[in-house]
Design a binder for this molecule. Structure first.
Ligand code: ADP
Ligand code: MG
Length: 753
């Protein structure tokens, strides 16, 4: 690397200035230059003081209205009391000193009428909000002459993510020290000049100057857009390289059986009780074609809830088994793995009874391998996997670890993921002499650019239609505080059960006296019932929002329902992640068979659980869940011929964003639209962090939803660069940027581990 961005700040700034910056994680020139302002103060606009919260470290732009030094009567010493204002409200600034003289310089500077930035922790004294010993800079005061002062006074002021030990302008000063002497030769630009030209982007050095020292709003906006592009571009180049490297790997080709020969796939298709949707057929053809190649398929299958991804995956698995290979199906939880095994065995019928009396002659076996198996069953399953009798092995991610051996693993299907990151996918491809084909299926539809960012190493297929003949689902919002509506809710449940149907009741917590939502506090629970609560994302989790009622809990609600007159005589069961696996299994089975008519559960039923007789779902605290999760949840009902009903019990005040969110859900069943809406309500870190660990570290400015076009552009340019120059021999700057990013991720990964 020839640029200077790798240089240590201690060397450039000296240990005294660099020390505090290190506390913010800034140790190199590059770190500091990538520490972009959070926002810009406009000298013409003062900070709205209504928004200052007690105890918070703040930076406010305000005008001085008065400043007076007083000697204190009660104790020895002097005090300077200044007052600044945003035009409506006042904020006191208080400085103490032994003698009044020490305060004169402040008094001299803090002249009425001057505008400045003041920073400190907000406290309160006798009903007045104040900053004690605030740090401050006054607009235009430190400049050399009047003209410079005017210029300074009209420029946007960068306001950095700061802390009480390193105020914003100390960062600003450090940036200036580092940035001023830099020349083009010192700064490496990972975005090639022709790409910059095509998109009208400034060079890296110009952009750094503009983002840290803008002359006007336009200049920092342009610079910010350029860095967004850079982030997207570097990421997409890395992903394009991953795709290309994987494509160079060797895999076993699994061509379709020629017509006329005995084939599990052909027999399965012939026995299907329904016709495939158009989407299922065409995606199926794509998969069949890719499996027949001698390089590993790497595909993401995303689809609307209930669009029938399982059948598509099963057909791909059968193609591999027909060729003598094996397929592994990974589910995120044990409940789901068990359910998948059951579903696959049912769908396959005699085809899954190879070697058994009554089984098809060329049939195979479906083995289930989970941590909760007894020793004998586990040994049997392991033998079937290792010996090849089981063409399909179902389990959780643990399946890929440790001692599980396959005779000939040809395809790995990862179901309902978003907890299976790039690292795991890489590890998977690295397993064995030849790479298996990989099919990843998402639980819910995701916006296109999120797919490009989070699953950018995969090709994408989508299923947008649900099979015909579904009665569909209607959703209504039920205000929790309205007893008549709540009563009506339970009568509706009763009516459904009386028709031979069943009901889910979903709650965000398990125990009423838990502080945290289900799964929130406990150690790894196999992710069974970690609700995707917006309340937590928003930072007003249970307990924090003083006046919000506590979240409803499974055990409490089950007890309540057993006492509810409308439900008298019904059997109410519970299901949550703290139950023993065998108990979970049995609760699901009893619900599926109709022995239980009402199942009170955490979000453990979120993904993939399939009981066609379930027609109604009541979701408590619906306003506190993420939209995509609710959409996925309600996809559990209305899967059969009878119409589904989803009752969203909400405590949100009308007109609040939470209320709007739940209403949006009641109004549309378009999962792609809801997914986009959901993302718009979250910060990027949440989106990417939840979706895939590590990746977020390299994205500082890029927003996966709003910057959709930019991401698509960057991806196109990135693919072109990698197509022409896979190892980036002609793009050393770009190679360096990717290496630096990988190092960061590695570091973060190690820190977490
Ligand atoms: P998801 O895509 O949400 O995972 P599933 O694969 O669980 O959906 O399918 C939902 C249900 O639809 C299953 O009961 C499945 O058997 C059924 N199904 C799948 N494809 C079709 C089809 N083409 N016609 C009718 N029913 C189908
Ligand atoms: Mg599914």
């Amino acid at each position: 690397m020839t640029g200077r961005e790798g240089e240590a700040l201690t060397k450039v700034l000296g240990a005294r200035s660099a020390g505090p910056l290190a506390k913010l994680g800034l140790t190199t020139v590059g770190d500091l230059l990538r520490h972009y302002p959070r926002r810009y103060g406009d000298p013409g606009t003062l900070t709205d003081m209504d928004r200052l919260a007690l105890g918070e470290h703040v930076t406010v732009m305000a005008r001085v209205s008065r400043a007076t030094v007083r000697t204190m009567r009660s104790r020895a010493g002097a005090m300077l009391q200044a007052v600044v204002t945003d035009g409506r409200q006042e904020l006191a600034l208080t400085f103490f000193a032994k003698r009044g003289g020490a305060l004169r310089p402040h008094e001299e500077k803090l002249r009425p009428g001057r505008v400045g930035l003041f920073t400190g922790v907000v406290s309160e004294y006798r009903g007045t909000r104040q900053l004690t010993h605030p740090d401050y800079v006054l607009v235009g005061v430190d400049a050399d002459d009047a003209e410079a002062a005017m210029f300074e006074a009209s420029r946007p002021i960068p306001i950095y993510p700061a802390s009480s030990s390193v105020p914003s302008w100390r960062i600003q000063r450090a940036v200036r020290t580092v940035l001023d002497p830099l020349t083009e030769a010192d700064v490496e630009d990972p975005v090639p000049p022709d790409v910059r030209d095509r998109h009208g982007l400034p060079g890296r050095l110009d952009a750094l100057r503009a983002i840290h020292q803008p002359v006007d709003q336009r200049s920092w906006q342009q610079a910010r857009d350029r860095f967004r592009f850079e982030e997207a571009f570097v990421l997409q180049v890395a992903l394009a390289q991953r795709r290309a490297h994987a494509a160079e790997q060797e895999a076993t080709a699994r061509p379709l059986r020629p017509q006329g020969e005995a084939s599990l796939l052909a027999d399965f298709d012939a026995g299907l009780p329904f016709t495939l949707t158009e989407g299922q057929r065409s995606v199926g053809e794509d998969l069949a074609h890719e499996l027949a190649q001698a390089r590993p398929m790497q595909r993401l299958l995303q689809g609307e809830v209930g669009s029938g991804k399982t059948v598509v995956a099963l057909r791909a698995m059968l193609q591999v088994v027909d060729d003598g290979g094996q397929a592994a199906l990974l589910a995120p939880t044990e409940v789901l793995a068990a359910q998948h095994a059951r579903t696959l065995r049912t769908l396959l019928g005699p085809l899954a009874e190879g070697g058994l009396l009554g089984g098809a002659a060329h049939g195979t076996r479906v083995a289930l391998l989970t941590g909760s198996l007894g020793a004998a069953a586990r040994k049997e399953a392991l033998l079937q996997a290792a010996g090849g009798e089981a063409g399909i092995v179902v389990g959780t991610h643990a399946l890929l670890g440790e001692q599980v051996q396959f005779a000939d693993l040809g395809l790995v299907v990862v179901d309902e993921q978003h907890r299976f990151g790039v690292e795991q996918r890489d590890a998977l491809r690295a397993k064995g002499r030849v790479a298996p084909h990989v099919l990843v299926m998402t639980a819910t539809p995701i916006p296109r650019t999120v797919a490009m960012t989070v699953f950018g190493d995969l090709e994408t297929s989508s299923l947008t239609e649900v099979p015909a003949g579904r009665a569909g689902i209607t959703s209504h919002v039920v205000p929790a505080g309205n007893p008549r509506w709540m009563e009506r809710t339970w009568t509706r449940v009763r009516e459904e059960v009386d028709k031979g149907h069943r009901a889910y009741v979903v709650c965000p917590r398990i125990h009423p006296d838990d502080d945290l939502p289900a799964g929130g506090g406990a150690a790894d629970q196999d992710f069974d019932d970690v609700p995707d609560l917006l309340a937590l994302v928003d930072g007003d989790g249970p307990g924090a929002g003083g006046d919000r009622p506590p979240l409803r809990a499974v055990l409490e609600v089950a007890d309540m329902l057993r006492e509810t007159p409308a439900l008298a005589g019904l059997d109410v069961g519970v299901l949550h992640g703290q139950m023993a696996p065998a108990d979970k299994e049995s609760a699901m089975a009893r619900f599926a068979s109709g022995e239980l008519q009402v199942l009170v559960s955490t979000t453990v039923i979120e993904v993939g659980v399939d009981v066609p007789e379930a027609t109604v779902m009541v979701v408590f605290d619906a306003d506190r869940f993420g939209l995509s999760q609710l959409h996925q949840l309600r996809g559990r009902v209305g899967r059969g011929a009878a119409a589904g009903l989803c009752l969203l019990v909400s405590t949100a005040e009308p007109g609040t964003p939470a209320a709007t969110r739940v209403e949006a859900l009641a109004e549309t069943t378009d999962g792609f639209r809801l997914a986009t809406l959901d993302l718009e309500l979250r910060s990027e870190g949440d989106v990417l962090g939840a979706a895939q660990s590590g990746r977020s570290s390299s994205l500082r400015l890029l927003r996966v939803v709003q910057d959709a076009d930019l991401i698509a552009d960057a991806r196109r340019e990135a693919s072109a660069v990698v197509d022409a120059d896979l190892e980036l021999g002609d793009h050393p700057e770009l190679r360096a940027a990717i290496e630096a990013q990988l190092d960061d991720e590695q570091e973060e990964f190690l820190e977490r581990a």
